[in-house]
Ligand binder design. Structure first.
Ligand SMILES: [Cu+2]
Length: 132
């Protein structure tokens, strides 16, 4: 019992250390701690892939222009242009202007076809088609 508690405590200490130091500069103390910490972080990353989707804004265009997602999906627009853009849906919502590296998210809770454009550059148009 006592040994188990010690092991648990030292594991917690390792996790805490790893969290505090990030990709630490001094791995000399516990090389095994990093090895065991890495796999536990991995499973959390792909988890969001199922109901998330992305649109890239680049070259004054949305890509993909027509994005198809399942109901409940959160779509993230990322602006890779040096110019600012908006994601403005007919009848709202409107992201407002966001610049290079900026993102906008909208969760689609109902099926339908949602057309949007950039209000700064009205020739930039896109659609999110939501279906179950
Ligand atoms: Cu624009």
């Amino acid at each position: 019992m006592r040994k188990l508690t010690l092991i648990a405590a030292s594991l917690l200490a390792c996790v805490a250390l790893a969290a505090c130091s990030g990709s630490a500069a001094s791995p000399s103390a516990a090389p095994t701690a990093e090895a065991s910490a890495a796999p536990s972080e991995a499973p959390s990353a792909p988890g969001g892939g199922a109901d998330a989707s992305a649109v890239t804004i680049k070259g004054f265009a949305f890509a993909p222009v027509d994005l198809k997602v399942k109901t409940g999906t959160t779509v993230t627009w990322t602006n890779e242009d040096s110019a600012s853009h908006t994601v403005t849906f007919e009848g709202g919502p409107d992201s407002g202007s966001f610049g290079q590296g900026g993102t906008y998210e909208r969760t689609f809770d109902a099926p339908g076809a949602f057309a949007y454009k950039c209000s700064i550059h009205p020739s930039m148009k896109g659609t999110v088609t939501v279906a179950d």
